[in-house]
Design a protein around this ligand. Structure first.
Ligand SMILES: NC(=O)C1=CN([C@@H]2O[C@H](COP(=O)(O)OP(=O)(O)OC[C@H]3O[C@@H](n4cnc5c(N)ncnc54)[C@H](O)[C@@H]3O)[C@@H](O)[C@H]2O)C=CC1
Ligand SMILES: O=C(CO)COP(=O)(O)O
Length: 325
């Protein structure tokens, strides 16, 4: 199965390397001409994943048309740009494996739903899990959920992408696999705030657990399965990104917790912190569905410039309630 990758950021590059294992050819579309040149000439993505030498079987291009002969595409553009990039690709029927984590602003659609709206005849799969790109690229052990409604296709994709240190677990819960990744980015910002404001490790553990309760409430309302939310793409990814400054979302939260403004922290950055874009959409969707998500609300307030101590104080002062139900 010849694989094409749409998106030359850190994750697209690491996944291209995964797909190229065994000297298999992979075509990677990158938006930045300097990324295309660096990958083709020096076999390193010096902009987004600089420490990693890439196999020569990965060829980069700035022309989406060169991915037309691929048998499956990994879609790794940031969530808010997936619609534009897939529209520019034109119509297609090859399987699309969505690897971005987010919810589209304006439509409240998950990335797979966006892909289906643009390419209604293409089978949709989702690859998600606790996966820092630099660790995957370094060959460190990693496990992901690979969800696809067409289970035979899902099994072929899982087999094609698996490697000695890259385990793919098949699932048919596409919505569930997506919701974990989208919501955990917002919760990772909250955990970063705890770190930046020096609120302690008890607070971080409480946020992970109560954040997971929010992810579960939202996910179940959107049709996700509880087991998926408790798996690699949900709880697994939540734990990873809520406990490491390697997470861009966690790091953004650290800055907010230190009292810096979101506008300053987000200005001029080339890498994406998806949670900053997902948070307001998630809040909107949760409000519309009557789902209580106080941690996500707090992240929205902080991104909007609210004072850290005020937000934390308000979160702690909410009426006491039952843990479940
Ligand atoms: N970096 C990681 O460890 C992981 C990232 N992801 C997800 O993968 C997706 C892509 O993230 P990264 O590869 O890390 O990106 P990155 O932060 O390394 O690079 C930014 C990417 O955004 C692209 N971009 C910027 N403006 C754009 C536009 N107008 N249209 C299209 N693309 C544009 C750039 O070309 C570049 O590919 C995100 O949804 C992220 O949450 C998922 C798992 C791991
Ligand atoms: O999704 C990720 C790891 O699974 C990467 O997290 P960040 O986008 O917060 O860096």
């Amino acid at each position: 199965m010849k694989i094409g990758v749409i998106g030359g950021g850190a994750w697209g590059t690491a996944l291209a390397q995964v797909a190229a294992r065994g000297e298999r050819e992979v075509v990677l579309w990158a938006r930045e001409p300097e990324v295309v040149a660096a990958i083709n000439e020096t076999h390193v993505n010096s902009v987004f994943l600089s420490a990693v030498p890439l196999p020569e079987t990965i060829r980069a291009t700035g022309d989406l048309g060169e991915l037309r002969h691929c048998e499956a595409l990994l879609v790794v553009a940031p969530a808010q740009h997936v619609r534009a990039v897939l529209s520019a690709f034109g119509s297609g029927t090859m399987p699309l494996v969505l690897c971005a984590k987010g919810i589209e602003a304006g439509t409240q659609l998950l990335v797979g739903e966006v892909a289906h709206a643009v390419h209604p005849n293409a089978p949709i799969a989702v690859l998600s899990g606790p996966t820092f790109a630099h660790e995957v690229a370094a060959g460190q052990p990693t496990a992901v959920t690979l969800a696809c409604e067409d289970e035979a296709l899902g099994a072929r994709l899982a087999e094609r992408l698996a490697g000695p240190a890259f385990r793919t677990y098949a699932s048919n819960d596409v919505i569930g696999a997506e919701i974990g990744g989208a919501v955990k980015n917002v919760l990772a910002i909250a955990c970063g705030v705890v770190e930046g404001a020096g609120l302690g490790q008890n607070a971080r553990a409480a946020l992970i657990a109560r954040g997971f309760a929010e992810m579960t409430r939202f996910g179940l309302a959107r049709g996700a399965r509880a087991a998926t939310l408790a798996g690699l793409s949900g709880l697994g990814d939540l734990v990873l990104t809520c406990s490491s400054t390697n997470s861009r979302n966690f790091s953004l939260g650290v800055g907010l917790g230190e009292g810096r403004a979101a506008t300053e922290l987000l200005a001029d950055r080339r890498t994406v912190a998806e949670g900053a874009f997902t948070a307001p959409v998630l809040r909107e969707a949760a409000l519309a569905a009557g789902i209580d998500m106080p941690v996500c609300d707090a992240v929205c307030a902080l991104l909007g410039g609210a004072d850290v101590q005020d937000v934390v104080g308000a979160l702690l002062a909410r009426p006491l309630t039952r843990e479940y139900g």
